[in-house]
Design a protein. Structure first.
Length: 275
């Protein structure tokens, strides 16, 4: 028996506009958490700061309670790749932390992540974060110009491979995803080049594009808490993520206040608000 691919949810313009509302709340919450990420702060305190912004806006967290996850953000520090649980860990000078969060407004989801270097930065961590963030934007630009979802991973891989200096690894075990009435939906969005083109890019498609890069091996393991993913060699990692909508006029980065205009302009892409 042949099985089809998981069904992709294509959104109306009105639904995508609501997702943008969720994205704006999420952006403000991440702004607050990033600003609070200083030496001496605990990851639980970052979660509280993030949660307060959602509460004030009347938005819900899509992380809290998700398969039992106990917090509103993931705080992944140093060798932790994704899904770090906020707690009593105190941020130290020189730590690198990825803060990943989401918000729901009227049943529609947003998802975004940023990486912060706490206090005095290690130049190699700065490079890691800058390359990861730019790789994300290259993937987003490919969503505007490509024909298939696989073009996103091709663009990420091509950029990371072209960067001069010590090679950085692209994680393959964790990828981007569709987003809409749920946080994780079809299709998967790979961050690396394969022969699989994926589904066609067409209006109503909304994706969370989230490359994760490491300074060493791409091999990972899950800790005993059954959530936190770490690099097995202890090398540092980084994640950046935005939720993006495709509509009949172009693309719009739902979790960026300017729709991605500033970072996409150098790549020749002009985002257009959802009509």
């Amino acid at each position: 028996m042949a099985f089809g691919q998981p069904r992709i949810e294509y959104k109306t313009n009105a639904q995508m506009r609501t997702m943008h509302e969720a994205g704006l709340v999420l952006s403000r919450a991440l702004d607050a958490a990033v600003a609070a990420a200083t030496p001496g702060t605990t990851t639980a305190q970052l979660d509280a700061v993030f949660r307060a912004v959602l509460d004030e806006a009347g938005a819900k967290s899509n992380f809290l309670g998700y398969h039992g996850f106990p917090a509103t953000i993931c705080t992944s520090v140093n060798e932790e790749v994704v899904h770090g649980i906020p707690g009593d860990r105190v941020l130290q000078d020189g730590d690198i932390i990825s803060i990943d969060g989401g918000a729901i407004v009227d049943g529609w989801h947003s998802d975004s992540a940023r990486t912060v270097i706490v206090g005095t930065p290690d130049p190699e961590d700065v490079r890691l974060s800058e390359v990861t963030e730019e790789a994300m934007w290259r993937g987003i630009a490919a969503l505007a110009t490509g024909k298939f979802v696989g073009d996103v991973g091709n663009a990420v891989d091509d950029y990371v491979s072209s960067v001069q200096g010590k090679p950085l690894g692209i994680l393959e075990d964790y990828v981007g995803h569709g987003i809409g009435s749920e946080m994780h939906m079809a299709p998967d969005v790979l961050n690396y080049r394969t022969s699989h083109r994926g589904p066609k890019i067409r209006p109503g498609l909304c994706l969370a594009i989230e490359p994760m890069l490491v300074r060493g091996s791409i091999e990972t393991a899950v800790l005993d808490d059954e959530w936190t993913v770490v690099t097995t060699d202890g090398k540092r990692s980084c994640q950046w993520e935005h939720s993006v909508a495709v509509h009949e006029k172009g693309i719009w980065v739902l979790s960026a206040p300017d729709g991605g205009a500033e970072r996409l302009a150098p790549l020749g892409v002009v985002p257009v608000p959802v009509p």
